[in-house]
Structures are given as C-alpha cells and as structure tokens.
Write a protein that binds this ligand. Structure first.
Ligand SMILES: Cc1cc2nc3c(=O)[nH]c(=O)nc-3n(C[C@H](O)[C@H](O)[C@H](O)COP(=O)(O)O)c2cc1C
Length: 182
C-alpha cells in the first residue's frame, strides 16, 4: 500500500512541515511506501484557469495521486481554512481521483481554539474528491508541535496514522475469491 503525506507548507521550520515529517516517519516505521508532497515539490502554479491541461508538473502530480491508496493531509489554519497553496494542489485533480481511498486530516492553529473549521473544510474537499475521511480528526496547536509533542498527543497522532493505514488496507483489499465459503 502506498500512502501520501501532504504538507500544506513547504518551509521546513514550519510546525506544519515538522508534524507532516513526524507522520511520514510513523508511516515508514509501519512498513508502508510513503510519498511526501509539498506545494514546492509538486511545483504547480496557481490554477487560475489559464494553465494548460497538459502542464507536465500537473500530469506528474496527478500520477502521484493515482498511485496512492491512503492520504494524510496536514495544514495550518489560514483564516479558518486550509492554506490556498494546499487547496491549489487539489484544484489540479479531476473529479473523484481518490475514489476508494482514505484520508486522515490534521490541522494546526495558532490560537487557543483548535482548528475545527479548517478540519471541517478539509473534510468537505476530501469528500468532494471521492475519499473516505477517517473519523479521528486531529487538531493541534502549532506551538505545541514546535515545542515537541507530549506523549499523549503523539499517541493521538499515531492513532490517526494507524486508523488510516488500517482503513486503507481494508478499502484496497482484493475481493474475496468466489470459492470462499462463508
Ligand atoms: C495568513 C495566515 C492566516 C492565519 N489564520 C489563522 C486563523 O484563522 N486561526 C488561527 O488560529 N491561526 C491562524 N494563523 C496561524 C497559523 O495557523 C499557524 O499557527 C502559524 O502560521 C504557524 O506558523 P509556522 O508555520 O511558523 O509554524 C494564520 C497564519 C497566517 C500566516
């Protein structure tokens, strides 16, 4: 099974990127193939309607998504939603390219309020792309990530990873053969 971690922020010192790498390592430790996507390494310009359909960076990005079975998106809250740079990545995908895939959602907020609006917005986009959203939404404070997650919070993040991988395996399992007797 192949998993893609998407960090909404490309800057390595950002809490979003740090958390996304943490999740990347958790996936690797669990023995799955992991792709790590950022707006910078996808490299598509803003989709303002003027970009050609056969833009090479967009075609490569679409192939990366098509090769993926489970996804985990990590974004800071920017004015109560995911960042524009992250949404722009999804604006290069055709309708429902993630049908049958599972998506885990993680959002970071700067304020005391956890990033619930952002998680809800990400969930709407994930469903619009055809994916199943894992029920364990994860909202964290960006300073907590920078200071190092405590054991309880790290266990929550690991729980989300386990849930996404488990559901990804189930959704992508081959159908039972016809001679299986129940
Ligand atoms: C343009 C912009 C909008 C933001 N909007 C919000 C917001 O609506 N709510 C919030 O809690 N934090 C908001 N923040 C703070 C971010 O969610 C995040 O905590 C901060 O950018 C983390 O910085 P870092 O990337 O250096 O870790 C905003 C930050 C920026 C740059």
């Amino acid at each position: 099974m192949r998993v893609m971690i998407v960090s909404a922020i490309s800057r390595e010192a950002s809490s979003c990127y740090i958390l996304a790498r943490n999740i990347f390592e958790l996936c690797r430790e669990r023995g799955v193939e992991v792709d790590f996507a950022t707006p910078a390494n996808v490299g598509v310009p803003p989709n303002d309607g003027l970009v050609p359909d056969d833009l090479p960076a967009a075609l490569l990005w679409q192939q990366r998504v098509a090769a993926t079975h489970a996804h985990i998106w990590v974004s800071p809250e920017y004015h109560s939603g995911m960042t524009g740079a992250m949404k722009n990545l999804f604006d290069y995908l055709a309708k429902e390219p993630m049908a049958g895939d599972v998506i885990g959602l993680v959002a970071l907020a700067g304020g005391a309020m956890a990033a619930l609006n952002t998680l809800n917005g990400m969930s709407v986009v994930a469903r619009s792309l055809g994916a199943w959203v894992a029920p364990e939404l994860c909202a964290l404070n960006s300073n907590d990530v920078k200071n190092g997650l405590d054991d309880r919070t790290q266990a929550r993040v690991a729980g989300l990873v386990d849930s996404v991988l488990d559901m990804g395996r189930r959704l992508n399992a081959p159908p039972p053969s016809a001679d299986v007797v129940f």
